[in-house]
Design a protein around this ligand. Structure first.
Ligand code: SF4
Length: 215
């Protein structure tokens, strides 16, 4: 555990050097409402696909008041090309209604409140809290963070993101939780990709027990 605590600091240092331009998020948005809706839509869907549908969605429904009154048929028409549109159209409309009814029209700033909204998982809430409100409530474990975290040996959990998140929260000081997700997410997208990780070019190969296993 202590050696992992030391190792993860080395990993963060190296990844910080490798990806000084790592973005806070890959989802286009201009306020908390848009970030929340885009994050709900991004569940099991590529961020790039979500970014192709949100310009029309946000231009037609720029706030909770308008979105809560949208017809599901219209929402489905806008978001359908990114998949799971029946469920997600209900999620975003019902979330807008609940935000208006329970939170005065403002996206709530706590994990406890956010996860009461339809389609908002702990991961979704973590993204909104850290990106929009700069609140470190947990570690965002998306598919890229999960894969890299397993490969670099910081969790033994194969698929359980909540348990992997718990492992990371125990290894990292709170102020580094979002930094970890940002840098490791960038690493997963650019180098440690799912099919063919580029171990030879990897900035953390000296700290990774999986280095060279994929050749
Ligand atoms: S050495 Fe390979 S498996 Fe390990 S983090 Fe780098 S790219 Fe991923």
């Amino acid at each position: 555990m202590d050696s992992d605590k030391q190792r993860v600091q080395g990993i963060l240092k190296q990844l910080g050097r490798a990806y000084p331009d790592a973005p806070e998020t890959y989802l286009d948005h201009s306020n908390a409402f848009e970030m929340l809706i885009a994050t709900i839509l991004s569940a099991n869907t590529a961020d790039a696909c979500v970014n192709t549908i949100t310009p029309e969605l946000f231009s037609r429904y720029p706030d909770v008041e308008l979105l809560m009154r949208a017809s599901l048929e219209d929402l489905i028409g806008i978001i359908r090309r990114c998949g799971t549109y029946n469920r997600k159209s209900s999620y975003i409309r019902d979330s807008a209604r609940l935000i208006a009814e329970r939170f005065g029209g403002e996206v709530p700033k706590s994990m406890e409140d956010l996860v009461t909204l339809p389609g908002v998982s702990r991961k979704t809430a973590n993204v909104v809290l850290s990106v929009v409100f700069k609140i470190n409530e947990g570690v965002v474990v998306d598919t890229h963070v999960m894969r890299v975290t397993q490969r670099i040996g910081l969790t033994q959990h194969q698929k359980n993101r909540k348990k992997a998140e718990r492992d990371l929260m125990a290894l990292l000081p709170r102020e580094q939780w979002y930094k970890y997700a940002k840098l490791v997410g960038a690493h997963g997208r650019r180098t440690c990709n799912s099919r063919k990780p580029e171990c030879d070019a990897c900035a953390v190969k000296d700290l990774c027990p999986s280095a060279g296993r994929f050749t």
